[in-house]
Structures are given as C-alpha cells and as structure tokens.
Design a protein around this ligand. Structure first.
Ligand code: UD1
Length: 428
C-alpha cells in the first residue's frame, strides 16, 4: 500500500495549477446516462473516484474514451444494465448519483446500498424519499436499492415532477433529483436545494444538453422536464475548478509561512474558507491567475463551524485543524455536517498537537511543536490534514493508507514538491 514520506519542516512557495473538481465531475459523468448522444467533458481530474465512476458506467454499457489532459467522451447509446454493483459502490458513496439518471431514462435502477463509511452513517434516505415523491417505487432487495417506475404498456415509466423539500441540505441529493427531473413529466421544484458550485456546474451541463432549469445556486431550483436530452455537441463541458483542492494548497501556504498561488482557483467559490485564512493572519489575494496566500506574521486562532455553502466547507475542516495546531492560542472547530469527522484529530495528536474533541467540537490548543511520526489516514480529507501537518513537523512523517488521498487529489506529491516540500510516494 502506498504511503507518503514527508521530510519537514518546509516553507512552500510558488504556483500550482488547480485540477477540475472531482465533486463536479462525478455528477457530470453520471449525466451522460441521460442521453443516447455523446457527452464530452473537459478538466476531469485523474483521481481514483473518477476511475470508479468510469468503471461503474462502463459496466452498464456506456462507452468511455479518455483523452490526455482530462478530456472524457461518453456515449450511453447502448446501455445494457441498470445496476450499480456493491464492489464499486462500497468504495465510493457518490455512486448513488447514477440512481436518478437511470430511473428517469430507463424507468428502473438497482444501486447497491453504500453501507457504512469512516465519517459517519451518511444515509441516502433523502434521495430515496425524493424519488418516491416523484412516483418511483423503491424497495431494498438483497442489499440493493431497487427503484422503478411502472411501465405504461410497452413504454418505460416516467417520473412525475413534483415539489421536493429537503429537510436538510444535501449536495448529492440535490444533484440526483436535478439529474432525474430533467426527463420527468412536468415541473420539479427542489426546495432547500444545495447551493454548492458543483450543483451550479451540473445545471450548466444539463442546460447545454437541452434541459430546462432555473434557480441553480439559490435554495429553489425549478426544472421543467423534457422528452429527451441531447449530448454536448461540439462544445464539451469544462468542469469547474476544485475548490477543495485549491483550499488545501492555500492552507499549506498559510501553514508553512509560505507564498502559494493556486492558478485557476476562484475566490468566489471559497468565501468562508478564505475569510478564515485571513482571520488567521494570512494575506489572501485574488490575482489574475488564481488565488494567492502569503503569511509573514504569527498565526492567530480562529473559531469556526462547518456549514453548507457558502459556509465553511466540511471538506476543508481537517486541513484547517492542521493549520490551527500552529496558531498562537486556542481555537474551536465545530463540525455540523457529518458526525465522526474528527478521526484526523487523534492522528494529529500523535504528531504532537494539543486537541480535545467533545461531541461535535474540537478544541485546538496551539501552537504545538510537531514531530514527525508514522500516522494513518482514515478518509480523504483527513489524509490531506496529515500531509499538511507533516509539512511543518520536524523530521520524517509517514502518512499511511494514502489510497484515501488518491481518491480525490491528483498528483499531490508532485504539486507539493513543485512548491518546495519534501514529499515522496513510498510503499509502506
Ligand atoms: C457531498 C460531497 C462531500 C461533502 C458533502 C458536504 C460529493 C461527491 N461529495 O457529499 O465531499 O463532504 O457533500 O459538503 O459531492 N444526509 C442524510 N440523508 C441523505 C443524504 C444526506 O441524512 O439521504 C445527511 C448526511 O448524513 C449529512 C448531510 O445530510 O449529515 C449532508 O450530506 P450531503 O450533502 O448529502 O453529502 P454528500 O452529498 O454525500
């Protein structure tokens, strides 16, 4: 199993390019299921979760052709299976994103229940309830969610547009309903919709394919169903930049008292995170090429709570905690989206951090002198936090199980090395 060997401490300086957003590319790939015509995407990141989604689609009969630099061309002309098998779904919960497109185009879908994961229970009940409200019958059979819409004669059944009010904001739930509603009969109104830039990006793609959507990026999204969607034609859809990857490198710049520019990053996608970096004493600037973060003075403690967009992203909570281990004072970080998303705290403590976790709040007593040690990654963003901490720890830090990291970061060791860090991929 691969590990990262990090030699610290280091100061990061320079520019790294941002990749396309994994969390925007995943629903975009699933969107190809909605049409028999080719769908072209650009800026799809080379990460393991994307490969999982490709495998899932290929297994259904979708043809997927990759071109260098993140181009993907898909054709769901000859779909022969509407099943997402356990082997793939268990490695990536976002596999649930095929449920909406399959159900709305083919009237049926079998998606394995995702099961548990390291950052809490993460149910998919809100997805299921939404499809039931749209007329689907959903049952759990042999570990699978089996959803179908009754046939009308020989025709596949069609979902019926309705008002879906999500009791909590759900990103993939909003995306799943958005995908399905494009081919439903009538109007679907999604209330308390997620505002995340990835949802907005999906709406842009679907509109390019002929969908009728309004209100994306606000809490009410309205979709008028159409008979069929087309492909992307001659203009492939360019996936939005990955704000979480960008935030991770910007946090690394602030943490190491460095000067890091993430080229292609959009400050408007990261309002709460960039405000928190500035409050911590970093200088944050939107430049022509992207976003730049520098720090000369001391780090200040910052209290924050994660929240749905435009709040502080839960996917940057772990990285910010690594930053706060070096702040001069005590900071409190509350996690309001996921339960059990503090697994990185115990590993950070192994490096010398002072962190107490009580319920949904972690109290970080900074500054701590971190010392390199072997640590084990527990999930994608927790792994990133451990790598960041390794950059300022003295000596060697071995971050094990970086397959978690590879799910969402493309070539992280190369990007960090280009910024001056000592990071090497080793087996261990
Ligand atoms: C997405 C992101 C993930 C990010 C998260 C929150 C993708 C592929 N993943 O995950 O990186 O951390 O948003 O920004 O885009 N919930 C339910 N029932 C459901 C669905 C969700 O109770 O059916 C709960 C979850 O347990 C959680 C909250 O709603 O407490 C928000 O989760 P959600 O926004 O759905 O996260 P994901 O879409 O899975």
């Amino acid at each position: 199993m691969d590990a990262f060997l990090i030699r610290g401490p280091s100061r990061l300086a320079g520019t790294v390019p941002v990749s396309g957003a994994k969390n925007a590319a995943l629903p975009a790939l699933a969107a190809a299921l909605l049409t028999a015509q080719p769908v072209g995407l650009e800026s799809v990141p080379a990460v393991a979760d994307i490969r999982t989604m490709q495998k899932l689609l290929t297994g259904m009969g979708v043809s997927v052709a990759l071109s260098p630099g993140g181009g993907v061309s898909l054709s769901a002309h000859d779909v022969r299976s509407t099943e997402a098998p356990y082997d793939l779904v268990r490695t990536m919960r976002a596999s649930i994103l095929v449920l909406g497109p399959l159900l709305s185009r083919f009237g049926e879908a079998w998606v394995s229940l995702p099961g548990g994961c390291a950052i809490g229970v993460r149910p998919v009940d809100l997805h299921v309830k939404a499809f039931e409200a749209m007329g689907a019958r959903v049952a759990v059979e042999k570990g699978y969610i089996h959803a179908h819409v009754s046939r009308v004669g020989t025709l596949a059944g069609r979902l019926q547009g309705t008002t879906i009010r999500f009791p909590t904001v759900t990103v993939t739930g909003t995306e799943n309903v958005l995908l399905a509603a494009t081919l439903a009969r009538g109007t679907t109104r999604i209330q308390n919709a997620a505002l995340e830039p990835e949802v907005v990006d999906l709406a842009r793609l679907l509109r390019k394919m002929g969908a009728s959507i309004s209100g994306e990026g606000t809490s009410t999204v309205v979709v008028e169903g159409v008979e069929r969607l087309s492909g992307t034609g001659s203009a492939p859809h360019v996936v939005v930049p990955d704000r979480i990857e960008a935030g991770t490198y910007l946090a690394a710049g602030a943490l190491t008292a460095g000067d890091v520019t993430v080229a292609g990053a959009r400050a408007s996608d990261l309002p709460a995170f960039l405000s928190a970096l500035a409050a911590a004493g970093a200088s944050v600037e939107e430049t022509e090429s992207g976003v730049r973060v520098r720090r000369d003075g001391p780090l200040r403690p910052v209290d924050l709570a994660t929240g749905p967009h435009p709040g502080f992203p839960t996917d940057l909570q772990a990285q910010f905690m690594a930053l706060m281990t070096q702040a001069e004072g005590t900071s409190r970080i509350a996690e309001t989206i996921f339960e059990n998303r503090f697994l990185h705290a115990v590993e950070l403590v192994r490096l010398g951090a002072g962190i107490d976790v009580e319920g949904h709040t972690a109290t970080v007593h900074g500054p701590s002198r971190l010392q390199g040690a072997p640590v084990t990654a527990s999930d994608l963003r927790a792994s990133a936090a451990l790598v960041l901490a390794g950059l300022v720890a003295e000596g060697e830090t071995l971050v094990r199980r970086i397959y978690h990291l590879d799910r969402g970061y493309s070539g992280m060791e190369g990007k960090l090395t280009a910024l001056g860090a000592g990071v090497e991929r080793v087996s261990g």
